[in-house]
Design a protein around this ligand. Structure first.
Ligand SMILES: [Zn+2]
Length: 134
């Protein structure tokens, strides 16, 4: 075995493989009536933070947006930027994870009569980003 292969083997043992981050939300059973939302890393210790709710008539250029943070809430008419639904209403909830120390955004959006739920992994930030509101 070459010295380079020994080095690679050492590094594999020092750096544990990172769990695959999933866009589709996962849940862990918490008894017959509850499920525990899992972080994209698989961790089950999430704390919700900033919440944005978008109400929009289908295809309207304007939305009513309510933002809730630990300091309070604000409702205003906006251009809907940040709305996860391309044509209707939706909401986003930031969650900070104790396990991976990332803040991820859960998106809930209306799409052709269905309600879609996903993690927007492109919005992930390290730490709680001041959004922690648990
Ligand atoms: Zn996590």
């Amino acid at each position: 075995m070459s010295a380079e292969n020994d080095f690679e083997k050492l590094m594999r043992n020092l750096i544990p493989p990172q769990p695959a981050r999933r866009k589709r939300p996962g849940f862990a059973a918490m008894g017959p009536d509850y499920a525990c939302l899992l972080c994209p890393c698989g961790g089950d210790t999430l704390h919700h933070g900033k919440v944005d709710v978008y109400w929009r008539v289908e295809d309207s250029a304007l939305a009513t947006q309510t933002t809730v943070v630990p300091a309070g809430a604000l409702t205003m008419r906006t251009d809907g930027k940040g709305n996860p639904s391309s044509r209707r209403g939706g909401m986003t909830i930031a969650f900070w994870c104790e396990h991976c120390d990332q803040t991820n955004v859960l998106e809930i959006s209306q799409h052709k009569g269905s309600t879609l739920v996903n993690w927007n992994l492109s919005l992930a930030k390290p730490g709680d980003s001041g959004n922690r509101g648990d």
